[in-house]
Design a protein around this ligand. Structure first.
Ligand code: SF4
Length: 413
């Protein structure tokens, strides 16, 4: 199958496209330059402005006009996937967090080859994603994943460790454990924290990051591992709403107070843990007061970054059958919460991280500045040129906003 990969947007998107292109080739797919030559067109979209949205859509339309199968990923696909599908612009929408599983998804969906745990997903030569779990049994009332991905299952620990060890030996400096719900990870008696304990014990120069965790499946063993030098002080705890009544309607299995207490315990263990989350705004029936409760929780917890989504119905789910809020209300709440997120994140970052040494894993440089993420998952712009895939000790001196999230400016320490 011939695949054309079109990229809209920032350097990060371009970088990811080149890594993706490499992975597509390694999976045996042919990558071509022109849409006309391709059987399938991937549009790696961006949503930073309205122009980026419309540019992304125009590539999809162009590909559809040529009679190609269209797969979209990237930021616009993540925020407006339902809308894209409703408008018939794409055959498949793949959110950002699953971008690097595209080679196996394409093989599975369009070529008929299925592999549950594709070897690894790699980002350039710095970060490697190891998929340790797939599927979900939880059936939140808005989510289609359990229908599409089946029951929860895990990759055996021995194989996870073998893969990670191999990646570290090949020079990858950050191992990210991913899955649909890695909190569900199980290999016999072994859960996620036991797996992470083994992972951080490998020799070599690398660090470990975890993708999204479910608050109610929290394992206290993770508190212990948080102080390990190879473990990044960053946890992504999936919140979705700061209102108990909305959480109930979402069929989430924790309440606001549980979440609040968990965050407090984490920060008691290690005060500088950077907490990130996902929130859905405008869930069916969300009242002004329920929305205000979410705002208050965001202010209370002080997340360093929040992936905000405006609720959009997924056919076949309970929430899609409920009375929907208007697009205007959803949009207004999204913008309102965006402002709160940015200001609380900025305050937390300034109070906690500025002036204290951090370590950036450099991804790229432009001849004047170098860019990469700190252990706290703060995107950082460093004065000076440093080689990609090296750890650089820095002192953050200021904040700036990059792609809608608080980021750091820093100087080498
Ligand atoms: S939102 Fe997450 S936990 Fe809930 S059903 Fe979907 S994949 Fe499972």
């Amino acid at each position: 199958m011939k695949v054309a990969l079109i990229t809209v947007g920032c350097k990060l998107n371009q970088c990811e496209s080149s890594a993706l292109s490499q992975r597509l080739k390694e999976s045996g797919l042919e990558v071509v330059h022109e849409m006309e030559e391709a059987d399938l067109v991937i549009v790696n979209t961006c949503t930073v402005t309205n122009t980026a949205d419309s540019k992304s859509r125009s590539y999809m339309k162009q590909a559809k006009k040529l009679g190609k199968r269209v797969v979209v990923t990237g930021c616009y696909a993540t925020t407006d996937g339902e809308e894209i599908q409703r408008r018939g612009l794409a055959d498949m929408v793949v959110p950002n967090e699953e971008k690097f599983t595209l080679p196996s998804l394409l093989l599975e969906s369009f070529v008929g080859e299925k592999e549950d745990f594709p070897l690894v997903v790699e980002y350039e030569r710095t970060r490697a994603y190891v998929k340790i779990q797939d599927g979900c049994n939880r059936f939140c009332s808005y989510c289609k994943i359990p229908y599409g991905r089946g029951r929860s299952r895990s990759l055996v620990a021995e194989e996870v460790i073998r893969r990670a060890k191999n990646l570290v030996e090949r020079g990858y400096r950050e191992i990210v454990l991913t899955g649909v719900n890695i909190s569900d990870y199980k290999d016999g008696e072994k859960g996620l924290s036991a797996l992470v304990q083994e992972l951080v014990a490998l020799s070599g120069e690398y660090r470990v990051r975890l993708s999204s965790l479910q608050p109610d499946q929290w394992e206290d063993g993770l508190l212990e591992v948080l102080s390990h030098p190879k473990m990044t002080p960053h946890l992504h705890l999936s919140l979705q709403s700061g209102s108990d009544t909305v959480l109930e309607r979402m069929r989430r299995r924790y309440r606001v107070e549980d979440f609040r207490q968990l965050c407090a315990r984490i920060r008691e263990t290690r005060q500088d843990v950077s907490l990130t989350t996902d929130i859905i705004v405008g869930f069916p029936g969300e009242t002004d007061e329920e929305f205000e409760q979410t705002k208050r929780l965001v202010q209370h917890v002080a997340f360093s970054r929040v992936h905000l989504f405006s609720y959009s119905p997924r056919a076949g789910t309970w929430a899609a059958t409920q009375k929907q809020l208007s697009e205007e209300v959803k949009k207004a709440r999204l913008h309102d919460l965006e402002r709160v997120v940015l200001s609380t994140a900025e305050k937390w970052v300034k109070d906690t991280l500025l002036g204290r040494e951090a370590t950036v894993l450099v991804e790229e440089h432009d001849g004047e500045f170098s860019y990469g993420y700190t252990e706290h998952y703060l995107y950082t712009k460093i004065q000076g040129v440093f080689a990609p895939n090296t750890f650089v000790s820095v002192v953050p001196c200021d904040t700036w906003v990059y792609q809608g999230a608080i980021s750091l400016r820093a100087e080498k320490s």
